[in-house]
Write a protein that binds this ligand. Structure first.
Ligand code: HEC
Length: 86
């Protein structure tokens, strides 16, 4: 019985880092779809073709305008936006 819990708990710790990126992507996508469509539609975002680093400037500018992206969410949002680059 004790062994069961040891396996269970170490299993959770092994899985956590492995699954985090998988969870981060859809969460960032729904955040972009929700927050970034308040002033303009997301077509503006999905058709923008920005180089790495350019999204940061854009997101910072949008935050100044009033986009509600929390500092701890910014990283995930930027990673997601960078996957849109062609
Ligand atoms: C408070 C309103 C507001 C919100 C929320 C907002 N935007 Fe914008 N966005 C604007 C306005 C106004 C413009 C046009 C003027 C400009 O480009 O500064 C714009 C333009 C843009 C452009 C085209 C210009 C460029 O630099 O390529 C992109 C891309 C963009 N926004 C992305 C985003 C993203 C990503 C988010 C979410 C993090 C977001 N916006 C949220 C107001 C907003």
């Amino acid at each position: 019985m004790k062994m069961f819990f040891v396996v269970l708990i170490s299993g959770v710790f092994l899985l956590l880092p492995a699954t985090t990126p998988l969870f981060a992507q859809p969460a960032a996508k729904s955040l972009v779809d929700k927050e970034c469509s308040k002033c303009h539609n997301t077509k503006r975002i999905y058709s923008a073709n920005k180089k790495a680093g350019e999204w940061e400037k854009t997101v910072d500018r949008m935050i100044k305008k009033g986009a509600k992206i929390k500092p701890e969410e910014k990283d995930a949002v930027m990673k997601y936006l960078n996957t849109l680059n062609k």
